[in-house]
Design a protein around this ligand. Structure first.
Ligand code: GUN
Length: 283
């Protein structure tokens, strides 16, 4: 293996140690950060994510509340829960686990969350502020990706960042965050022609397509930083969107799956919740 391994698990646990201290300090000022997670239905992957979020809160000293609703819940009832949490002084962050059942309008749900408690960074106000470089909650996975690239010590400014994927949750915002850091950003997606021409030119390649082992060694420039956002289950085993065994021989640095971006996503969620609690202290 020639590539440096970017260990998300290790970086996440370093960050969580310092967060624990921040939470202690907030508690001394009479504020306990609180996160509410709403889960609709019984999607096994979503249930796993939600459990991990609660465990992470517990370990960091953050108060966490879980609201589980059946997949038959009406949009109105779901919005009612959000209204209550918006008013609840013990709650600094609200997260509605996506995806939602088809009869519920996801945009309406996201827009109902108070931007002051939008720790996912999905509200159009948060997205708009991020776009114009104003301070706001940054979306967790993109922010985790940026932190991991920073950890490698490479300068982002002026580099060519290629993002494969254009979802609202990862692809689009991660490109924007790197643009804010003065990178040159290219987006590739399912309609891109000659994708390899772009990926082979990337100094930093970020892959969020949801296709197991989509990126192969011949798609990557020698020495590039490769960040794999994918989490796929193949024959009961987790694997990313990057063919790790092949690409690690070409890349300069690479994230593993599991133990890469995943732990960082949750860590950034905790960070946003603490940031929100600090704003409560100030207000
Ligand atoms: N589903 C997959 N990723 C996410 C995320 O970051 N936040 C929420 N709310 N739902 C998700």
């Amino acid at each position: 293996m020639s590539a440096q391994l970017i260990n998300g698990k290790e970086l996440a646990s370093e960050k969580r140690e310092s967060m624990k201290k921040e939470v202690e300090m907030l508690k001394e000022q009479g504020v306990k950060p609180g996160l509410a997670v709403i889960l609709v239905g019984q999607d096994p992957a979503s249930e796993t994510y939600v459990r991990s979020k609660h465990r992470a809160c517990e370990n960091t000293g953050i108060h966490s509340v879980s609201i589980k609703l059946p997949d038959t819940v009406s949009e109105e009832e779901l919005l009612g829960h959000i209204d209550k949490l918006n008013e609840d002084d013990a709650i600094d962050g609200i997260l509605v686990q996506l995806p939602l059942p088809k009869h519920i309008n996801e945009d309406a749900v996201i827009e109902r969350i108070s931007p002051k408690k939008d720790v996912d960074g999905f509200h159009p106000i948060s997205v708009g502020k991020m776009m114009i470089g104003q301070e706001t909650f940054l979306p967790c996975t993109p922010h985790g990706v940026l932190e991991m690239v920073r950890k490698t010590g490479i300068e982002v400014s002026g580099k060519h960042v290629v993002v494969i994927g254009r979802s609202n949750i990862v692809g689009k915002p991660v490109g924007q965050l790197f643009l804010n850091e003065n990178a040159t950003v290219t987006y590739c997606h399912s309609r891109t022609q000659n994708m390899q021409k772009h990926t082979k030119d990337a100094d930093i390649l970020i892959v969020a397509v949801g296709i197991p082992k989509f990126v192969k060694d011949q798609d990557v420039k020698e020495g590039a930083v490769v960040i794999d956002v994918g989490i796929n289950r193949v024959d009961g085993k987790l694997c990313g969107d990057v063919d790790f065994e092949e690409v690690k021989e070409v890349a300069g640095a690479i994230t593993p799956v599991p133990g890469g971006v995943g732990p960082m996503t949750i860590t950034m969620l905790l960070e946003n919740t603490i940031q929100s609690a600090k704003a409560r202290v100030r207000s």
